[in-house]
Design a binder for this molecule. Structure first.
Ligand code: SPV
Ligand code: MG
Length: 434
C-alpha cells in the first residue's frame, strides 16, 4: 500500500480569505497537511507586525477542516522546519519565483532534493479584494490604540528592536518602507524616532527646546498620516511637571508609544555637545516626581515613559548613572536610556552590565551616534533592548542637497544635478496614490 504523503504549507496571514481556503483544499488532497504558522517575529521582519498574535493565528488554522497539524515556523527560511518534518511535498503559490522570496524558494528546492521531496506550486491568486483587505489591515495598524500598543508587543516578541529618525512625511515613509532581504531573512526598522535635534534642524533652529510642543506634535502627525510603525518621542527635559502631564496625555491620545525625557534642567542643549556647553542635571528627587506625575497622568497601560540619564554625557560617572537609573525605575519609569558621546562603547556596556545585575526586566535604550561601531547583535547580547538611529536621515540629506545646490550654481543650469536626483518613477513608488 502506498504510504500517505505529508504536505507542508506555511502562512503568515492574520486573515483567512477564499484564496487561502482554495490552496488549502488543493494541498490537503495531496496528503496529510501540516500547516506552519510563522512566528510574530518572522512576520514582522519582512511584512508588518501581525494584527493577531501567533497563538490566535495558530488556532485559526487548527480549526480549518482537512488540516492535520499546525506548527510554528520561527523563521522566514524553511530550513529548520523541513529538516524536522521532512514533508514529502511543499506547497506554495508561484509568486515566490521572483523577488525577495526567490532565495527562500531556492533553499526549499535544495533541501527537498536531498531527500526526494517535491515542490508543488499553484498560481498565486491576485485579487483586488485581497489587496483591499491588506490595505484595511494596514490602516488599522495606524489607529492610535493599535499603533501605541505595538511597541511593548514588539519588545516582548523580539527582545531588541530598532528605531530610525523621521521628522516629516517623507522621512516617515522611508522608515516605514525600507526593507532589505539577505540570506533568506528580511530586515526593517521596527519603530520611528521623533528627534528633537532633527525636528529643530528641519525648521532651521537649534536643539534647545525652542521648537515648541505644538510644532513637535505637528511633525509627529505628519509622520502618522503615512505610516503604521510605533513612534518613540524625544521629549527633551519634559519641561515643567505641570506641563509634562499634558504632553503625556496628548502623545498617548495621538497613538505615540513612548516618550523619553532626559534628566536635565534649565536651558537644554544637545547632549552631543557634552561639557563644551553649560548643561545642568536635574536632581533625582525632581526628576523622579516628574516621572511619577507622568505615569499617573496616562490613561492606558501601553504608553511608556523612559528616563534618559545624562550622567555619562556630563562626566558624572557610572555610579551616578546607576543610582539615577534605579531611582527612576522606582519612580515608575518603564525604560531607561543611557547616553554617551564617546566613540568607545565601554562605558555603555559597563552601565548595562551593572544595571542588569539588579534589574533584568526594564528595557534599556541606546542611541549609538558616537559609539556607532557596535552592531545590534552585540547590543542584544549585552542586554540592551532598543537601538535608536537618531539622526542619520537628517544628516545624510544635507550633503546631497548642498551638492545639488552647488552644481546648479556652478553650471547655471540643473542638468549636472540630474544624476543626484531620485527619478520621478521612484518617487511615485515611494509615495503611492491611494
Ligand atoms: C535627539 O535625537 O534629539 C536626541 C539624541 O536627543 S542626541 O542627539 O544624541 O542627544
Ligand atoms: Mg533630543
Amino acid at each position: 500500500m502506498n504510504k500517505i504523503k505529508t504536505v507542508y504549507m506555511c502562512f503568515s496571514t492574520d486573515m483567512i480569505h477564499s484564496g487561502h481556503i482554495d490552496i488549502i483544499r488543493k494541498a490537503e488532497k495531496l496528503g496529510k497537511l501540516i500547516i506552519g504558522v510563522m512566528s510574530d517575529e518572522a512576520v514582522a521582519s519582512y511584512k508588518r507586525f501581525p494584527l493577531l498574535p501567533f497563538e490566535e493565528r495558530k488556532t485559526m488554522f487548527e480549526n480549518i477542516k482537512g488540516v492535520y497539524k499546525v506548527v510554528e515556523q520561527e523563521t522566514l527560511s524553511y530550513k529548520d522546519i523541513l529538516k524536522k518534518y521532512k514533508p514529502d511535498i511543499v506547497v506554495h503559490g508561484d509568486d515566490w519565483k521572483a523577488g525577495f522570496q526567490k532565495y527562500l524558494r531556492d533553499e526549499v528546492c535544495t533541501i527537498l532534493a536531498t531527500y526526494g521531496g517535491e515542490l508543488v506550486e499553484y498560481p498565486y491568486s491576485k485579487n483586488e479584494r485581497y489587496d483591499e483587505i491588506e490595505r484595511r489591515t494596514k490602516s488599522e495598524l495606524s489607529l492610535p490604540d493599535i499603533r501605541r500598543s505595538r511597541l511593548r508587543k514588539m519588545l516582548t516578541a523580539k527582545g531588541l528592536i530598532t528605531a530610525l529618525e523621521a521628522h516629516d512625511g517623507i522621512t516617515g515613509l522611508i522608515c516605514e518602507k525600507t526593507v532589505i532581504s539577505k540570506n533568506g531573512g528580511a530586515h526593517q526598522f521596527d519603530a520611528i524616532w521623533s528627534s528633537s535635534l532633527c525636528d529643530s534642524t528641519s525648521e532651521g533652529k537649534p536643539d534647545i527646546e525652542l521648537v515648541d510642543m505644538t510644532s513637535r506634535f505637528r511633525h509627529v502627525n505628519e509622520i502618522m498620516e503615512v505610516t503604521t510603525k510605533p513612534i518613540i518621542f524625544d521629549g527633551d527635559t519634559g519641561g515643567l511637571t505641570e506641563h509634562f502631564v499634558y504632553t503625556v496625555r496628548t502623545l498617548e491620545r495621538m497613538g505615540v508609544s513612548m516618550i523619553i525625557i532626559e534628566d536635565k534642567t534649565g536651558l537644554k542643549k544637545n547632549s552631543l555637545f557634552g561639557t563644551e556647553v553649560e548643561q545642568t542635571q536635574d536632581s533625582i528627587e525632581n526628576f523622579s516626581e516628574k516621572i511619577t506625575a507622568g505615569k499617573r497622568a496616562q490613561k492606558t497601560k501601553d504608553f511608556m515613559i523612559c528616563a534618559r540619564i545624562e550622567s555619562l554625557i556630563l562626566d558624572k560617572g557610572i555610579a551616578d548613572a546607576l543610582t539615577r537609573a534605579f531611582a527612576f525605575t522606582q519612580a515608575g519609569a518603564d525604560a531607561i536610556m543611557i547616553h554617551s558621546r564617546k566613540k568607545d562603547p565601554s562605558e555603555i556596556f559597563d552601565f548595562i552590565e551593572k544595571f542588569r545585575k539588579k534589574d533584568v526586566i526594564t528595557p534599556i535604550v541606546v542611541v549609538p551616534t558616537s559609539f556607532n561601531t557596535v552592531t545590534e547583535e552585540i547590543f542584544k547580547e549585552k542586554g540592551a533592548n532598543i537601538v535608536i538611529y537618531a539622526n542619520q536621515l537628517t544628516r545624510t540629506s544635507f550633503p546631497a542637497m548642498q551638492a545639488a545646490a552647488m552644481a546648479i550654481l556652478e553650471n547655471h543650469r540643473a542638468k549636472e544635478a540630474d544624476d543626484m536626483c531620485m527619478s520621478i518613477k521612484d518617487i511615485i513608488t515611494l509615495i503611492p496614490e491611494e
